[in-house]
Ligand binder design. Structure first.
Ligand code: ZN
Length: 103
């Protein structure tokens, strides 16, 4: 199977017979993490693209607002702040800078 250079690492090896060969090793994928608190996200598989693309869409992501992007804890905070902002309970200046992009 042909691999894209992005997902493989070239390794120079010497065989017991004395020949030099080039082997390819898959680069390990890191798990997906929350955009705010960097906690590991559940429900989002990590691994080779070819394997993930064979899954159904619901198995690939989390189907809720900010699913697959923010963890459940951060989603609660963002949705709560959005509602408070909408009903003028808080002002725009009361929102932390790290959360402003999700408002
Ligand atoms: Zn989070």
């Amino acid at each position: 199977m042909q691999l894209s250079d992005k997902y493989k690492k070239k390794i120079q090896r010497r065989t017991p017979g004395g020949r030099s060969i080039v082997a390819y090793k898959h680069i390990k994928h890191s798990p997906h993490e929350c955009a705010i608190c960097k906690k590991e996200l559940h429900g989002k598989p990590s691994g080779r693209i070819s394997k993930i693309s064979r899954l159904s869409k619901s198995q690939r992501t989390v189907e809720r607002p900010f699913g697959g992007m923010l963890c459940s804890k951060c989603t609660r905070i963002v949705i709560s702040l959005r509602a408070q902002l909408k009903h003028d309970v808080i002002g725009k200046s009361d929102i932390p800078i790290s959360l402003k992009r999700y408002m």
